[in-house]
Structure formats: C-alpha cells, structure tokens
Design a protein around this ligand. Structure first.
Ligand code: G
Ligand code: MN
Length: 380
C-alpha cells in the first residue's frame, strides 16, 4: 500500500484529505506544519507528499527545498488556492511533481497521486540503474536536488595537499592545495565545480576553498610554498583581491594557478586584477599548459612566474619522442623567460628519469605522493 504525507496548517483540510485518500486506498500520515512534516518524513519516508503552498512556518517552496535535502526523488504535489506563473515555475524548478488547485476533487487526487507514486518508483529505478553504471555523480537532477547535493558537498569539503618536489635537491618545494568533498555524488572535483557553476555559486565555492586552504596552511611545514587553484570566474570576485581575505594574509607564500583549460578572455579588467594580486604578494602560474584549449594563450596575458605542464604531455613521455621534444623546448623557453617550470602527473620512474634528462627539476605526481590530508611526505 502506498503512503502519502498530507501537509496543511488547516486541520479541517487535513482531515478531509485524509478521509478521501483513505477511501482511495492510501495509508495517510498528516502534518500541520512544514517543520512537523519534515520530521515525520525523516522518521518514516512516504511515497508521495501532498502539500499546501502557503503555510505560516515555511512556504511550500522552502518546504520542497528542505525536503530535497533528505530525499531527492519523492514526488511532491503542491495544492494551492491561487496559482501564479512565478510560483508554478519555481515549484517545477524545485522538483514539485504537480500543481493542483483548491478545492481538489477526489478524481483529481486519485489521478495525480496514482501517477506520482508510479513516477517515484520509476525515479528509484533510474537511480538504481545509475548506481549500477556508476554515473549518478554526473546526473543533472532538478535544481533542488542539485542544491541539496551541493550543500552537502560544501559542508563536507576538505583540502588535500600534494607535494611538488625538487629532484635536484631531493626535497619538497611546495604543496598544491586541492579541493575535495565527501559528498558521494560529487566526488570528482570537476563535478563539484560544475554543480557550483550551474547553481551560480562559483564565487562562494572559491571563497570557501581559499579560506579552508589558509586555515589548513597554518600546519604546513615551514618554508614550503603553497599552490592554490583559482577558477577563471574567481578572477572577477572582489574577495580574491581583498587584502583582509584569509589567503591574502599568506600571499607571499602563495602561487595562484590559473588554468589554461578555460579561457580568461571573459574576465573583466583582467590586467588590473592580476596587478592587484601581484601587489598583494601573490605569484601567478599558468596551470595545465598544453591541455588543448585552443584560444588565445593565457601566457601572454598573465606573463606568469610559474608554468605547470599538463599531465597529458607527461604521460608515457619516456616512450614518445614528440612529447620529449615539446617538453625540452618548453623547459628551455621557460628558463630563458625566467619562469619556473613544474611538470605534473608524474606516475612512473621512467617518466621521472626522462623528464630529468629533458631539464626538468620541479615535479609533482602520484609517483612521488598522492594528494591527501595533512601534508603527505613524498618518496624521494
Ligand atoms: O588541473 P590541475 O593540475 O589542478 O589538476 C590536479 C589534479 O590532478 C588533482 O585532482 C590531482 O588529484 C590529479 N593528479 C595529481 N597527480 C596526478 C598523477 O600523477 N596522475 C593523475 N592521473 N592525476 C594526478
Ligand atoms: Mn593545479
């Protein structure tokens, strides 16, 4: 038997729905406020929720949003006296299943709830199927469920550090800070960042990551430099160039990595902002060099102190004369320009040894140490 949770602040309305739905064969739970409904639902999930749109403690849309933190699939049917286009659009965005107007006839309820229950079953199957093929992380979902997953990802976010070593000196030269989360559907950093982008929360994410990096850096070994990734969109965030921001306090230890993967062309007053960052004491790196973005090279615009060679060029470099030639030239050019060069993604001794013969010294990759909590010590 299917379970329906009826939420309305009007006791008479609740009783009337309960009778009708009981006759239709549903097991009915009731709640007289949104808060109570959330508690009920968490204690014992129902198959479908029938909710009033206007309630004193929480409106129907906030209720939907809150509910989605606990359940991404349960269909919610919103009942309202006066529908407006705007609320209808919002309701759909937050994953309302359907919208019905008061007073709802027994036939309408039967038909709507019947479909909702089947939909729920389908949604559960779809999730099951996605888990089977391990794609749930990238599934779009509705906005409310994306928000719920994003919030969970933010609240369980942590910073991993991966050493960058100097091979000549056999010592750690710095650590790259890498954003990680425990939210199972957003484990891949690119999915996490995608979610932020879709929700318009990139700046929030960047601020959080920088603040946590600054906090974690308090326990860094002395004399190591820190490398911090900055998304192209962060360049437009005033927090990045704010002298009182947590990371700005450590600026003279920090190199900001700007990826070559996305274009910097869109960033407003880019040159001024890069100037401001340098004035605070930050150094700048162009990250993922050679990763295939075809637009104007950020090298010319940024004129970085550091370049990081993308791991696609490093992979199997010992067996690819053409990759060797490219890296040899890059190493020479960087030296001529007074830029530091770091090779990323070194996974084998053969890659390391080849890179050394090509003139590389600063290296990073699983071969030395995987990113991890604290400041992992590399194999040297
Ligand atoms: O784009 P960026 O260079 O910031 O990406 C760094 C990412 O590369 C991190 O997520 C890190 O876990 C990953 N990484 C670091 N070292 C290696 C490596 O040796 N091999 C592979 N495949 N990935 C690596
Ligand atoms: Mn990086």
């Amino acid at each position: 038997m299917s379970r329906v949770l009826v939420v309305d602040d009007d006791e008479l309305v609740v009783q009337s729905y309960a009778r009708t739905l009981g006759r239709l064969g549903y097991t009915v739970d009731t709640a007289s406020s949104a808060r109570q409904a959330i508690d009920r639902f968490r204690a014992d999930a129902s198959d479908v929720v029938l909710s009033d749109l206007a309630m004193p403690d929480m409106d129907g849309l906030s209720f939907l949003r809150e509910l989605r933190r606990f359940d991404l699939d349960v269909p919610v049917v919103i009942v309202t006296g006066a529908p407006s286009m705007e609320t209808a659009i919002k309701a759909v965005e937050y994953g309302a299943f359907r919208y019905i107007t008061k007073p709802a006839s027994s036939e309408t309820l039967a038909e709507t709830l019947g479909r909702a229950v089947r939909f729920h079953e389908l949604a559960r199957m779809r999730r099951l199927a996605m888990d089977l093929v391990e794609q749930s992380g990238h599934a779009l979902g509705d906005r409310a469920s994306l928000e719920a997953r994003f919030e969970s990802a933010v609240s369980t976010a942590w910073i991993a550090f991966q050493p960058i070593i100097s091979w000549k000196e056999r010592k750690v030269s710095g650590y790259e800070a890498l954003l990680r989360t425990k939210e199972p559907t957003l484990l891949r950093p690119d999915h996490f960042i995608d979610a932020a982008a879709r929700l318009g929360r990139l700046h929030d994410l960047g601020r959080m990551a920088r603040a946590r990096t600054a906090a974690a850096a308090q326990s860094a070994p002395p004399d190591v430099r820190l490398f911090v990734n900055v998304h192209a969109s962060d360049l437009g965030d005033d927090d990045l160039i704010l002298p009182s921001a947590p990371l700005s306090q450590l600026a003279n230890k920090v190199t900001l990595e700007l990826t070559e993967r996305t274009s910097l062309d869109g960033a407003a007053d880019l040159r001024e902002r890069l100037e401001a960052l340098r004035a605070l004491g930050f150094r700048l790196a162009v990250d993922d060099l050679g990763a295939g973005y075809a637009g104007l090279s950020s090298l010319a615009v940024v004129s970085p102190e550091v370049v990081k060679i993308d791991m696609s060029l490093v992979r199997d470099v010992d067996r690819s004369p053409s990759k060797q030639e490219v890296i040899r030239s890059m190493t020479r050019l960087a030296a001529d320009l007074g830029m530091e060069l770091i090779v990323e993604g070194v996974e084998t001794a053969a890659e390391r040894d080849t890179l050394v013969t090509l003139g590389c010294d600063l290296m990073q990759g699983f071969f030395f140490a995987r990113p991890g909590p604290g400041f992992p010590k590399p194999e040297l």
